[in-house]
Write a protein that binds this ligand. Sequence first.
Ligand code: NAI
Length: 301
Amino acid sequence: MAEIRYDGRVAIVTGAGGGLGRAYALLLASRGARVVVNDLGGATDGTGSGATMAESVVNEIKQAGGQAVPDYNSVLDGAATVKTAVDAYGQVDILINNAGILRDITFLKQSNQDWDLVLDVHLNGTRNVTKAAWPVMRERKYGRIVNTTSSAGLYGNFGQSNYSAAKMGIAGLTNTLRLEGANYNIKVNTLAPVAGSRLMAQVMPQELLDALRPEFVAPLVAYLCSEECKESGYIYSVGGGYFSRVAYFEGKGVFLGTDQEIRIEDVASRMLDINDLRKGTEMTQAQDQTRKVLNFMGLDR
Ligand code: NAI
C-alpha cells in the first residue's frame, strides 16, 4: 500500500500538549500535515492554564522537521482555535477533538461544578471547535473529524457519571454530524481509546501506563484523518495494539399487537424475548427504528 500522507493538509489537534493528542500531532506532522497544537495547559481537573505543554509539542514537531503552531485557548473558545489555524495556514482540513479533563466522584457527592466543567470541556468543547471548523470544511468540501468518546460513556463506569454523559453526548453528536457532513465530503468518526496518560494515572498502575503507549492508538486516528478514509459515523475501540468497531444493535424484538390493550403483565412475561439480542440488526440512523416499528405494525410503505 502507498504511504498515507497529509501534505497540504492543516490539522487541529485539541489537548495535544500530552498523552494521546501529542501522539496524534507528532504522527500527522511526520507525514506532512501542518498542525495546530491546541492545549490549555491546565491540571487534569480543569483548573489552571499555561503555555508550556502546547509549546513543547510544537518544538518537538519542529525539531523533527515538521510544521506546527501552538494554540493556548480552551476548547470552549473553539472559534479562537480555528482562527489560529486559519491565520497561520489559511484552512482547516482535519480536526481531532481530544481535549479532556476528569472530575471523578460518585453521583451522590457530585457538585454542580463537577458536572458543568466536565460537560463543558468534553461536550461543549467538542461542539464549539467543530462548530467553528464546520463552515470552513463545508466551503472546501473536505473535512476529517475524529471525536473522542470513552468506554465509560459507551458502557458506564462507577464514579464517572459526568464524564460518561459528556462522552455519550459526543457519540450522539457524531451520529448526526456524519449525516449532515455526507454531501460535503466531511467524515466524522469517534474513538474510544485506552492509553497510558496523565488522566489514566489516576486509575492505572505505572506498569500498565507504560505498556499502553498512546502511539498504539495514533495510527487508526491518522487513518480516519486521511483522504483514504471511507468510513463515517463509526465508533472504534482501540488501544495496546487492539482495534475494533463498536456499533448499536437492536434485537429482533417482540410485537404484542395494537388491536387490544397491552397489559403490564403481557410485557413482563415477554422480557426474556425483549432482552434477546441474538438476532439483532445494526441501527445506523433514527429512521431504522421508526421503519422497524412501522413494519411490525404493517404501516411501512
Ligand atoms: P491527557 O490529560 O494527557 O490529555 C488531555 C489534554 O487536554 C491535556 O493535555 C489537557 O491539558 C488538555 N485540556 C484539558 N482541558 C482543556 C481545554 N479546556 N482546552 C484545551 N485543552 C484542554 O489525557 P489523555 O488520556 O491523552 O486524553 C485524551 C482524550 O482521550 C480525552 O478526551 C480523554 O477523555 C479520552 N480518553 C482517554 C482514555 C485513556 O485511556 N487515556 C480512555 C478514554 C477516553
